[in-house]
Ligand binder design. Structure first.
Ligand SMILES: [Zn+2]
Length: 465
């Protein structure tokens, strides 16, 4: 009897152990990664380790958000470029992937595995195409030209930004700010704060969209003292299918640049012309700021320790304007030119007083320099194309639910502490109501499944951990 009792106890113990071992164990790749409680609508994730681990953590922790972003971005791409999804998957596989270096292939594959572990089935070509959603329209235009077809769409004119230093700022050190212009349906999902401590390169803190290994709207600071942002070059044409995808170069620069020269070198190395931007960069260690106008044929790096650079989608250097755009530099009613004038006014009016608080005010500014009055529209730094009967051609038409969707600022002291401030929605306080807008403008009904209200949220401070 006694022996039987001992045997039974052992049997039960064994069964219990078997049951315990069958409980799902956390994947060792998750390491110390975590997802913080949402603040101000933002989700901060901390990712760390080798590329495959960072990718797995990203895919696992943000699986629902990646599924959601993928659905809306892919819907918008198919609508705007008039292509089926297979077109973008094929471009990701055949054109982009061969130029993605191993560390980022590992990270992208890690995202797919993390998603799968969390019940979301997207494959590597879906994830690569999602990462390239800002540059694939440039490929699409180039591809159409190769086949003698009309350009399927105009490329987008995204963002307002500035960087200032020296006698322009309150403490003589660097201040940087940026608001992201995009459709509200996708922009409202640009709400991730990526805090990434990679095994190689620098720790970095950037805003971003779930599923992207780069920021996308490109705002971030790294532990080597580099602060980065950009605005898109308007009316740009050009793409080199043999180049390195922009999303790879932008991510690599965020991770590895320790100087302005590093930054320019990484961005230029294998430049494919995709998502051609005017990059505003600062080195908080030296107080130097720079403007890298990165066309495909024309690339110029301007730099200073006393002054400012501003971005509102206007191309700067004459050769680039002539060779690579059909931009009208003299058209004062054009949003890019009108915002350029406003930036120059704000820089001069606030000379010696620019700090992070001033940066927040600039990004919420509604002065239309063409009308010479306050009017939130496609020409104000805080863009409200949804309120404009003109729209922002050729990118989007009248009343398109598009414009500034979120804002970020940082300064040298904050960047030293790996900190930035961010605000979701228009930072001016004007919220956007989806149902009301669609009632008045039924031409955007195709956006109904994805378009949500976009309230103006408070500025919130985020720091790397
Ligand atoms: Zn506004």
């Amino acid at each position: 009897m006694r022996r039987t009792a001992v045997f039974s106890v052992l049997l039960l113990l064994g069964l219990a152990l078997t049951l315990i071992s069958r409980d799902p164990q956390p994947d060792p790749r998750l390491k110390k990664a975590y997802r913080a409680t949402e603040r101000g609508g933002w989700i901060q994730v901390h990712l760390q380790g080798q590329p495959g681990e960072i990718g797995y953590q990203h895919g696992y922790l943000l699986a629902p958000e990646i599924r959601d972003a993928f659905r809306d971005v892919s819907t918008e791409m198919m609508h705007d470029e008039k292509k089926d999804w297979e077109f973008f998957r094929a471009a990701a596989r055949d054109v982009l992937w061969p130029k993605v270096e191993p560390q980022y292939r590992d990270e992208l594959n890690g995202i797919v595995e993390g998603l799968k572990a969390h019940g979301v089935e997207l494959d590597i070509w879906d994830v690569v195409a999602l990462n390239a959603w800002l540059e694939l329209p440039y490929f699409d235009k180039w591809d159409a030209k190769q086949h003698g077809l009309a350009a399927p769409s105009a490329t987008a004119d995204r963002c307002s930004a500035f960087v200032a230093t020296g006698s322009y700022t309150k403490d003589g050190r660097v201040v940087i700010g940026h608001n992201n212009w995009t459709s509200y349906q996708t922009g409202e999902r640009w709400n991730i704060i990526f805090d990434v401590a990679p095994a190689h390169g620098n720790h970095f803190l950037m805003d971003g969209m779930a599923g992207l290994i780069h920021s996308g709207d490109d705002f971030g600071v790294n532990s080597a003292g580099i602060m980065i942002t950009e605005t898109t070059i308007s009316h740009f044409t050009g793409f080199d299918p043999d180049g390195v995808p922009e999303f790879v170069r932008a991510r690599k620069a965020m991770q590895y640049a320790a100087s302005i020269d590093d930054f320019a070198r990484i961005m230029k190395d294998g430049n494919n012309g995709g998502y051609a931007n005017n990059w505003l960069v600062a080195d908080r260690k030296t107080n130097e700021i720079a403007d890298l106008e990165l066309g495909l044929k024309n690339v110029t790096l301007d730099r200073t320790r006393d002054g400012f650079f501003v971005g509102s989608n206007f191309p700067i250097h004459e050769a680039l304007v002539r060779d690579e755009t059909d931009f009208e530099t003299k058209n004062a009613s054009d949003s890019a030119n009108a915002r350029h004038v406003r930036w120059l006014q704000l820089m001069e009016q606030n000379k010696g007083e620019i700090d992070a608080d001033a940066a927040q005010r600039f990004l919420a500014d509604h002065f239309d320099t063409f009308e010479n009055k306050v009017d939130p529209d496609e020409r104000s730094l805080c863009g409200h194309i949804d309120k404009s009967s003109r729209g922002y051609l050729p990118w989007v038409g009248s009343y398109a639910p598009t414009g500034a969707v979120q804002s970020k600022v940082s300064d040298a002291a904050m960047a030293e502490a790996m900190t930035l401030r961010a605000a979701l929605g228009h930072s001016c306080g004007l919220g956007f109501k989806a149902a009301e807008h669609l009632r008045k403008h039924s031409e955007f009904a195709w956006q109904r499944p994805a378009l949500r209200d976009m309230p103006s949220r408070a500025w919130t401070t985020f720091s790397a951990q």
